[in-house]
Design a protein around this ligand. Structure first.
Ligand code: AMP
Length: 217
């Protein structure tokens, strides 16, 4: 299996779910820049430029690259130092970012040990999934209320909440900036490097997982 796996795809396509499952199964580090930003948010002292970036995040806008690089590369160094492979989830959302990560991996001698997997999903389907998403504040479990109603977290019984950036306006903003239109250039960049595999995200989680595993060998 490749040492570095990068998931791309629109918000709501299931990158996080797949990344979590794979990381657990293979003992890889899981770097979700969204999660790192939410962790930063829960910290006590924020610099003003960080606080501003997090306000933008709540509105569904992308946060500045410097913050993404700072958080993602620090986490990556930690994983690599302990010999772990890494699964990046949502860490690449523009071609400048894709190029910066390639430079980082090349510097570590890892440019060839890399697979990029796009979980393909239409913006319409993504919007529906995001609007149906609920998150447990206690254990972080993510559930969909689309097909089944949950009163509380099915894992720990705590209260489920809506992510601030899963509001209707923020979902539209996220899909404008991070949806399929934004993915065209990123897809092309990785295709040219011969690194891209595409998996249909409109299938059961287990089936997507099976195809992802085939793609990253
Ligand atoms: P996610 O949890 O992956 O859906 O990310 C939540 C939000 O974090 C996004 O809507 C962006 O505001 C921000 N974010 C996460 N990753 C990135 C990135 N690579 N570049 C810019 N903003 C990001």
């Amino acid at each position: 299996m490749k040492k570095i796996i990068i998931f791309i795809g629109p918000p709501g396509s299931g990158k996080g779910t797949q990344a979590k499952r794979l990381a657990q199964k293979y003992g890889y580090g899981h770097i979700s820049t969204g999660d790192l930003l939410r962790e930063l948010q829960s910290g006590l002292e924020l610099e003003e430029d960080e606080a501003e970036a997090l306000r933008e995040m709540k509105r569904g806008k992308m946060v500045p690259d410097w913050l993404i690089y700072r958080l993602a590369f620090k986490a990556a160094e930690k994983n690599l130092n302990s010999g772990q492979g890494i699964i990046f989830d949502g860490a690449v959302r523009s071609t400048p970012q894709a190029k910066m990560y390639q430079e980082f991996f090349a510097g570590k001698g890892l440019a060839n040990g890399l697979a990029v997997v796009e979980i393909a999903l239409s913006d319409e389907e993504a919007a529906m999934r995001l609007a149906s998403r609920r998150v447990c504040k206690a254990c972080g479990e993510i559930v969909s209320i689309f097909a089944k109603h949950y009163e509380s977290c099915p894992l720990c019984g705590e209260v489920l909440s809506i992510r601030p950036d899963d509001s209707e306006e923020a979902i539209q903003e996220r899909l404008r900036g991070q949806g399929n239109a934004a993915l065209v250039a990123i897809r092309e960049y990785y295709q040219k490097l011969g690194l891209l595999k595409i998996v249909d995200g409109n299938q059961a989680v287990e089936e997507v997982e099976k195809q992802v595993e085939e793609a990253i060998q």
